[in-house]
Design a protein around this ligand. Structure first.
Ligand code: NAD
Length: 379
């Protein structure tokens, strides 16, 4: 079994899909591994680091993926890359398929088996393979670091001979994986933290981290969590009540971190321009939902917007801003999944196509799009 690890060609991508730690495991499983020259550099992994565990260094992407039975990537391969892939190759990546149906079709036509890691079911067995959690956790951490470094004041209370510095007030909106890590990080930095969410289960989690929960807790709130643990879109009536509460709360905040998402939809708009204007100059808002339309009115993908001294930070690929750790965890997620696809005796790929993890994640196979969400509809 040959595994190929090409470098990411998207200019903004700093992560890499395999680390010396995971490659060591693959080699122990009987695989050979080819890594494209320089693929790990942005994650502080050098070619000799890879060679030291037994990988070979390929001079270019084509050489890394040629004849590979498995290709590990962070992002979906571009159409221009596909001719270099072996027919039937298993390509494991973040496929980002919604809104990119043409790219999914192209992968089908190229004959590769495209595996979308973001579709991994969030069940106990697959926790170790959950890229959404591993990367959202780091994004929540990094959002606070970005906020702190943009903010012109200190976060912790400091009593010094030259005077007392008050603690910053941080408000985290959306207390899922990213939000909970943002709360924990802001608390560690000494901020006074409040948080909101529409799921009742979030309340206890927020409070267990030492933050205060602020939310409209009406009858709709009690029903706002779906069977799979996600938030439902809230009614216009709820949104009005929520906006009134947020408007009152936010004007006393120094830093706001927004992380609110609803699966398959645009991010809910939680902070209006008027709310931003109500904050004092120097306030910082970090919008982690910016790639999905943004929780904050006026946030721009990849930009820091300054509105009369209130700054809205809209960095993209926030986990990638802490690339070495993000790659370490992402690569581990992929390795844990790949190990389940290999027969330990023959040391060859032996995919059980009926396994629920495989069924949930396979987008294309045998020249066709097979995932129910993307399969061409039959009449
Ligand atoms: P997510 O990224 O989809 O959304 C982030 C947060 O935004 C969620 O907490 C959501 O409730 C909140 N939100 C949505 N609309 C909102 C609104 N209008 N106002 C305020 N907040 C709003 O969520 P996630 O981080 O992926 O987590 C979703 C759920 O999955 C959580 O219950 C989490 O505990 C669970 N989870 C389970 C596992 C597992 O069992 N393996 C792993 C990870 C997460």
């Amino acid at each position: 079994m040959k595994i190929g690890v090409p470098a990411e060609i998207d200019g903004g991508e700093t992560r890499v899909a395999a680390t010396p730690e995971t490659i060591k495991k693959f080699i122990a499983l009987g695989a050979t591994v080819a890594v494209e020259r320089g693929a790990g550099l942005a994650s502080r992994i050098t070619d000799p680091d890879y060679e030291a565990v037994g990988a070979t260094i390929a001079p270019d992407a084509a050489a890394a993926v040629a004849d590979a039975d498995v290709v590990l990537k962070v992002r979906r391969p571009l159409e221009s890359e596909l001719p270099g892939y072996k027919s039937g190759a298993l390509v494991i990546a973040t496929m980002d398929p919604y809104g990119h149906e043409d790219a999914v079709n192209a992968m089908g036509e190229a004959g590769i088996t495209a595996i979308a890691m973001e579709f991994m079911p969030r069940i106990t067995r697959a926790q170790v393979m959950d890229i959404l959690s591993s990367q959202a956790n780091l994004a929540g951490y990094q959002a606070v670091i970005d906020a702190a470094s943009t903010y012109d004041r200190a976060l912790p209370m400091m009593m010094t001979a030259a005077g007392t510095v008050p603690a910053a007030r941080v408000f985290v909106m959306g207390a899922g994986v990213a939000g909970l890590q943002a709360i924990a990080t802001a608390r560690r930095l000494g901020a006074v933290v409040t948080a909101t969410d529409v799921r009742p289960a979030a309340k206890e989690q927020v409070e267990s981290l030492g933050a205060k929960f602020v939310a409209v807790e009406d009858e709709e709130f009690k029903q706002a969590e779906t069977a799979t643990g996600y938030a439902k879109p809230m009614s216009p009536e709820y949104q009005v009540k929520q906006a009134a509460l947020v408007a009152e709360h936010i004007k006393k905040q120094d830093i706001v971190i927004t992380t609110a998402l609803i699966p398959g939809r645009a991010a809910p708009r939680l902070v209006t321009a008027a709310m931003v204007a109500s904050m004092r100059p120097g306030a910082v808002l970090v919008d982690l939902a910016v790639e999905r339309g943004g929780n904050v009115e006026g946030s721009k993908p990849g930009e820091v917007v300054d509105l009369d001294g209130r700054r809205i930070v809209g960095y993209l690929n926030v986990a990638g801003r802490i690339a070495a750790t993000a790659s370490q965890l992402y690569a581990k997620n992929l390795a844990a999944f790949l190990e389940t696809l290999v027969d330990k005796t023959s040391k060859e790929l032996a995919v059980n196509w009926d396994d629920e993890l495989v069924r949930a994640t396979v987008l294309t196979r045998d020249g066709a799009v097979v995932h129910p969400a993307f399969k061409p509809k039959t009449v």
